[in-house]
Structures are given as C-alpha cells and as structure tokens.
Design a protein around this ligand. Structure first.
Ligand code: NAD
Length: 424
C-alpha cells in the first residue's frame, strides 16, 4: 500500500498490486532478472494534452494517455477508459494486465491501455466526439491494425470506437476497420462482442463451481457493478440457475434473498434517465461496502479496482470470487482470501472473454468475412474453458493460488517469446 503517484485512489496503487504478483511469478519461474526487467516496465508511454471546444464556446484542455506495455506476442491491445480517476500509474497497471491477459488466453497480442481524465457523464455527445477525435489524432502514430488496437473500457463504448475508426480512417485515407474493436456491427463489429466479457465471467464461474463441487442451482451470487460486465455476467450466471441475490452500481447496492430479476434491472437501467439503478424497486438498499460482505456463495466484483482490500477481505463470506473488473482485489488482500480458503478466479483470466472476442473481431476484419454469433460464442467459450483449466493445472503444479498461477502461465509464455526473439 502506498500513496498514488498521480492522484488516483488515495490508499491503493494498482501498479504496485500488479508488480507484487509479477515479482511472485518471476520467483516461481526462476526468471532471469534481465528478462524480468524488460517486462517490468512499459514499452512506450504517450501523454497528450488535448484542447477541446466545449458547447459553451470555451476551450478546455484534457489529459490523455496511451501506454503500450508489450508487443512481444503481437500488436498491443487494450481498452480506453474515460474517467476522472484516470492517472498514469493506473493506465500502466491496466496495460501490463492486458499483456498478461492476452498471454493467459493464448491470443497473439501484446498489452496496452489508454485513458482520458474526464467525466463522460457530464459531457454532451458533441463534446465527447470532439474529445475522442482529438485523442485519435494525438495517438495516430501509436494506433494501427498492426501496431496498437484500442477497445472500449469504463466510460466508453461502441460510439467512441466508431469515432476512432472514422478519424483514423480519415487520417490514413482508407477504411481501417481493424484499428479498434468493440465497434458497432455495421462498422465491422463482431456478433457476440458486447456480451463477451460477461460470458467469459459466466464460463469461469461454471468451471470454478465444478472444481468446488457446487451445483449452480444450489448457489447464490452477488455482483458489484451493473455496467457492461456486471449486468451481462449477472444475466448469464442467473441463466445457469444461480440465484442472484445482490447487485449494485455507483448509486448503491440492492439485496434480495428471494432472488433479483436481473432482466427487470437491465430494463430499468435502459429506461432510466441517468442509466443507473437509482429508484429500482428490486430489493433492500445496501451500500457497496455492505454488498461485498453479504452472505453468498459467489461474489463477482465487476465495477472497478481496489474494492477488496485488507480492510474488508476478512469479512467476505463468499466461497468463490470471480473477478469481472480489472484489479478489484489489492495484492495485500490476496493472502487474506487465500487464508480463508476462498477460490479467486483472477481478473486476467476471468474477464478475458472480452479481449478474446475482440481478437475474433480483428480476425474477421482482416478476413472480410463475418462469423455467426453461435460460432463466436462457441470458440470464445472453448478458449475460456481451456484457459481456466490451464491456470488451474498450473496452480496445482506449483501449489499456488489461481492468481499467481495465471501470472506464471502468462509470464512463461511472454518471457519465452522474448528470449527467442531477442530485444524488440
Ligand atoms: P461500465 O462503465 O459499463 O460499468 C461500470 C459499472 O460500475 C457501472 O454500473 C457503474 O455504476 C459501476 N460503478 C462505478 N463506480 C462504482 C462504485 N464505486 N461502486 C460500485 N459500482 C460502481 O464498465 P465495464 O465495461 O462494465 O467495466 C467494469 C470493469 O470491468 C472495469 O474494471 C473494466 O476495466 C473491466 N473490464 C471491462 C471489459 C469490457 O469488455 N467492457 C473487459 C474486461 C474488463
């Protein structure tokens, strides 16, 4: 735990959490320090200050980052986040997590991440479009179908990806569909991409429940965060027969031991002016902190970083945690969860369904041939199931938890590529 270097969370630093797990994997593998040193730092950090004309005619300067962590396995891949919490350490951690995530699911990508410090909910569509185009222009020499391929993350979605593809294509003078993934279908998006991350969380949950000898129809689940990842995870996990007894978003948590109607909650959000759960009559109101400590079998943190910490890890009752969000557990909390015997399916495995289908989208763009949703889902499910089994087998081999096992699987792959290739 330390003070953040760039104004992020006041107490935890996701980069420090990532580094602690990385160092543990380096030690288990006995990786030569000269190779570890290459992978400990990002390949490239680009920062841009972008002046944008706001609707009232004033000019506001926004701070944006793109961090490319590694290109050892292929072009770098990673989302773009719009949030007031964006800071360089957070983007560096998220970029490295993308490297490890792509390696865990064995897709030919390196890792990157981008972020703009802004509050997208307080900006008009026109302001968001001008900001996204300014960011694309600033990153025109970083992005590229063969270089670095962004995707959506918190605060961004299909519309931002459409603006990026348009701006980048304008700069290059031809349609460059493969420069981003998570695009709308009509602009070369893939069927199944919107649901892909939540679907991977569901597949991971199913695999983990089987390892624990628990039947989906006999367990309860709580999901924190009800955006793309949280809402779809909740929907698909409930379709397995699991009873969802708690959900939450930025407005707070909702708890109902009789089970929450997830589809009704999704519909409520779609029709709510602020696109949140405020006023949704689906259960007893609890705080997000209380939600994490509810009596349940499965906990899916799917909101943001640093939610499970040494302060609350002791009070968590779930037997299984499946990390939909990136970095929801701090490194210091890992040991407490392990001591309590809680099985944790780590972020770089559990939420890798999104980048897997992003990879399928990029492949389809390059082929100019588009798959059915059934084919996308079948292939993604297979990747997720195999990756879970690989990581689980590694955890048994080294007698380590699944988080460190995922880092070991990833680091083994990236470092062996680095050794064969040399320095690039
Ligand atoms: P999103 O913006 O669609 O949703 C975020 C959700 O979290 C919203 O419901 C929001 O209200 C809620 N939230 C925000 N602050 C909260 C708080 N303090 N307490 C509780 N809830 C809070 O974002 P998303 O795309 O669903 O991403 C969620 C997480 O999953 C992030 O960590 C992201 O990096 C990760 N992730 C996303 C994808 C993807 O494909 N979208 C893929 C992999 C990982």
């Amino acid at each position: 735990m330390s003070a953040p270097m760039n104004g992020g969370s006041p107490r935890y630093n996701p980069l420090e959490s990532m580094n602690r797990r990385f160092d543990a994997a380096v030690e288990i593998l006995g990786l030569d320090e000269q190779f570890a040193n290459v992978l400990r730092v990002p390949d490239k950090v680009v920062m841009a200050n972008m002046p944008v004309t706001m609707d009232n005619g004033t000019i506001k300067v926004f701070e944006g980052y793109r961090v490319v962590h590694s290109v050892h396995l292929g072009p770098s891949k990673g989302g773009i986040r719009y949030s007031m919490d964006v800071n360089l350490d957070e983007v560096k951690a998220l970029a490295a997590w993308m490297t490890w995530k792509c390696a865990v699911v064995n897709i030919p990508y390196g890792g990157a991440k981008g972020g703009i410090k802004c509050d997208p909910r307080s900006m008009s569509k026109g302001e968001l479009e001008r900001l996204t185009r300014a960011y694309t222009l600033a990153m025109k020499n970083v992005f590229g179908p063969e270089n670095d391929i962004p995707a959506p993350d918190m605060g961004t979605g299909q519309q931002e990806m459409a603006w990026i593809v348009d701006e980048y294509s304008k700069i290059k003078g031809h349609n460059a569909w493969g420069v981003v993934t998570g695009k709308p279908l009509v602009l070369g998006g893939s069927l199944g991409r919107v649901e892909a991350t939540g679907r991977g969380v569901m597949v991971s949950t199913r695999s983990a429940l089987a390892k624990l000898g628990l039947k989906p129809t006999e367990v309860t689940c709580v999901v924190q965060g009800f955006g793309n990842v949280g809402s779809i995870s909740a929907k698909l996990i409930s379709q397995m027969g699991v009873k969802i007894i708690g959900i939450s978003d930025v407005t707070g948590g909702y708890y109902n031991t009789d089970g929450i109607d997830v589809n009704a909650a999704i519909e409520f959000i779609a029709n709510s002016p602020n696109r949140n759960l405020e006023g949704c009559n689906i259960g007893k109101k609890v705080s997000n902190a209380e939600l994490l400590e509810l009596e349940c079998d499965v906990l899916v943190p799917a909101a943001m970083e640093d939610q499970i910490t040494p302060e609350n890890a002791h009070n968590i009752k779930a037997k299984l945690i499946v990390e939909g969000a990136n970095g929801p557990t701090t490194a210091a909390a890992d040991a407490i969860l392990q001591e309590k015997g809680i099985l944790v399916v780590p972020d770089i495995l559990a939420n890798a369904g999104g980048v897997t289908v992003s990879y399928f989208e990029w492949v389809q763009n390059r082929l100019g041939y588009y798959w059915t949703e059934e084919r996308v889902n079948r292939r993604a499910d297979r990747v997720m199931k195999q990756s879970f089994d690989n990581v689980y087998a590694c955890s048994e081999k080294y007698k380590i938890n699944m988080r460190i096992a995922a880092y070991v699987v990833a680091l083994e792959k990236v470092s062996s590529t680095l050794k064969l290739r040399g320095s690039f």
